[in-house]
Design a protein around this ligand. Structure first.
Ligand SMILES: Nc1ncnc2c1ncn2[C@@H]1O[C@H](COP(=O)(O)OP(=O)(O)OP(=O)(O)O)[C@@H](O)[C@H]1O
Ligand SMILES: [Mg+2]
Length: 569
């Protein structure tokens, strides 16, 4: 029903118009207001315009939150609380513009009118007054006008808030965001975008074309392929280089390019991009690739080094094997040479030692021949003695051969406890046989305390023969020639035999090598007598030494085990 007012109330009409003007002027002051401040401004205006006892605005949200309320003193806090609770309870009805009367404790009724604020009925403007006439039609009109103002302001504020959020995102992001017209004229570049390509102001960018941002080598591709594709299909995504306006250097970008269409007509309006600078990522990738390559190179180098070292090792091992082989061969040769030497030494030793008994055999046999040729029983008896002597010397020779073989093979020499006196007397007879009595004098000084020795009789006799012969040979060119053989008992069940001469002494040049084989100062000497003798004495656990004879000449001494028999008793 159209709203009319009696002409009598022209004053009221005037007031109503004035109030409507005041209400519609409110938004001019809300430029920097938030929703709560806007609500506060409406509530304050309405309480005065309507001369109401309370006005409140509730907005949708958690529990239909009351955001602004004003009440006059006439409304006790208790009544206000009651009214608020009642309004909350009737929340579902409030949006649709209802009127209620609340009984007040003071007896009067509180008339309440509500108006929807336009948020689907959830938001409400409510005003209450103790006047019975409240609300008049004019007052309802004013209340609705206030609610509409609030709705418009709130909508705008919410829209602005959304815009502010997007603006913040676009401003704060580190990505390049740009908008251009359909023909590529730049319309907007965000601050990060400007910084990435080295531009200091948006004004500068607005004078440029999209292709100015693309690095020269990618321009043709963008102009010919990408831009038409975006216009046609709505989107292109891929990588190409933009250009830095300062340095001119290409900057790799991941580019997402899309068309913006008018939501109402569906007609294309703009082309926009959200692109990401890949420099850092590319640098990291390159660094990683370099690292990989250098690692690979190092592994290859190292492998090569190892292979080389291995080759060296193999060569070294081969060389060592060859050296070992040569060494083995040399050792074999040496040991064969040693065996040959040992064999020839033994042969020489045999020749040396049996020459004396062989000479004796030849002498005896020759004597027997001569005696038999003369004939006669006496001669034949002597001849028989001579042949017996020859036989015993031959036997002796074979004993010597056996002894030397035992020495050579380091086998155990056969030993017995022998009476020293008879052993020595037998030697004396042997060395003196075939010599004229004036040629040499052999003196014996036998110690009663040294009667026996544990020996191989023939071998020890050989030693004594060698020493006495050396003594005779040393004194060959002098007169007189005197050899003294003495015996002596030592401690520890040992005895000593010494052979002393009065010759010239040991020649100085061979003194240090006296007992080595083949060391001789004589033109026909083999240099074996002393070395064989020392071997024999050592095989008897004794020692053979030489020393100067204090009265001139040389003394050879050797020790032997006494054999444990009753020496000295
Ligand atoms: N009583 C000694 N006085 C001086 N020199 C000696 C005496 N006995 C040994 N020699 C020296 O020691 C050397 C070695 O003696 P050895 O009996 O080993 O060999 P050789 O007598 O020279 O030859 P052979 O092998 O025929 O005995 C002699 O050549 C000699 O120079
Ligand atoms: Mg000799």
């Amino acid at each position: 029903m159209p709203w009319t007012e009696p002409a009598a109330n022209s004053n009221e009409l005037r007031r109503c118009i004035r109030d409507l003007v005041a209400l519609s002027a409110l938004p001019a002051g809300w430029q920097n207001y938030d929703m709560r401040q806007i609500a506060g401004s409406i509530v304050a205006a309405l309480i005065s315009i309507l001369d109401a006892d309370f006005v409140f605005i509730a907005l949708p949200g958690e529990g239909n939150q009351l955001i602004s309320e004003l009440a006059r003193d006439r409304l006790t806090p208790k009544t206000l609380k009651h009214v608020r609770t009642m309004l909350q309870r009737k929340r579902a009805l409030l949006g649709s513009g209802q009127e209620f009367v609340f009984d007040d404790a003071s007896g009067g009724g509180l008339h309440v009118a509500t108006a929807p604020i336009g948020f689907g009925g959830d938001a409400t403007l409510a005003a209450g007054c103790f006047r019975d006439t409240f609300p008049t039609r004019t007052e309802k009109l004013l209340l609705n006008t206030g609610a509409n103002q609030a709705a418009i302001a709130f909508q705008q504020w919410l829209g602005d808030a959304e815009k502010r959020r997007f603006t913040t995102i676009v401003h704060r992001t580190t990505d390049f965001i740009g908008i251009a017209s359909l023909n590529g004229q730049i319309q907007y570049i965000n601050p990060a975008g400007l910084e990435l390509v080295g531009l200091d102001a948006l004004d500068h960018a607005l004078r440029l074309h999209v292709l100015d941002f693309v690095s020269p080598q990618n321009r043709t591709m963008v102009q010919r392929d990408i831009w038409p594709l975006v216009l046609r299909t709505g989107r292109w995504k891929g990588e190409f280089d933009l250009r830095h306006f300062g340095s001119g250097m290409p900057i790799p970008f991941l580019v997402d390019c899309f068309r913006i269409d008018d939501p109402r007509t569906g007609e294309p309006m703009n082309v926009a991009t959200v692109s990401r600078d890949l420099s850092e990522q590319k640098n990291s990738e390159a660094a990683l690739r370099n690292l990989n390559e250098s690692l690979e190179r190092r592994v290859t180098d190292r492998t090569f080094e190892l292979a080389h070292a291995n080759e060296g090792l193999v060569a070294e091992r081969l060389e060592r094997a060859q050296a070992d082989f040569r060494f083995q061969k040399l050792q074999n040769e040496l040991s064969r040479a040693a065996r040959v030497t040992a064999a020839s030494q033994m042969a020489a030793a045999l020749a040396h030692e049996i020459s004396q008994p062989l000479t004796a055999v030849v002498n005896s046999v020759n004597a027997a021949k001569r005696l038999l040729a003369r004939g006669g029983p006496a001669n034949s008896l002597t001849a028989q003695e001579a042949t017996e002597e020859a036989a015993s010397q031959a036997l002796r020779a074979s004993e010597i051969v056996r002894g030397i073989r035992q020495l050579g093979s380091r086998g155990e020499t056969e030993k017995r406890t022998e009476a020293l006196a008879s052993l020595i007397e037998e030697v004396g007879a042997l060395v003196l046989s075939g010599m004229a009595p004036q040629e040499v004098r052999l003196g014996l000084e036998l110690d009663d305390g040294a009667r026996t020795a544990l020996v191989n009789r023939v071998q020890i006799q050989q030693v004594i023969i060698n020493l006495i012969r050396n003594a005779f040979e040393a004194m060959a060119d002098q007169e007189p020639r005197q050899v003294t053989l003495s015996t002596r008992a030592l401690d520890d069940d040992m005895i000593e035999i010494a052979i002393a001469d009065i010759g010239p002494g040991i020649p100085g040049d061979i003194a240090g090598r006296l007992f080595e084989p083949f060391v001789s100062s004589k033109h026909d000497g083999m240099g074996l007598g002393l070395s064989i003798s020392r071997s024999i004495i050592e095989a008897h656990n004794g020692q053979l030494t030489a020393e100067p004879n204090p009265g001139g000449g040389t003394i050879f001494r050797f020790t032997l085990p006494s054999g444990g028999a009753a020496n000295g008793d």
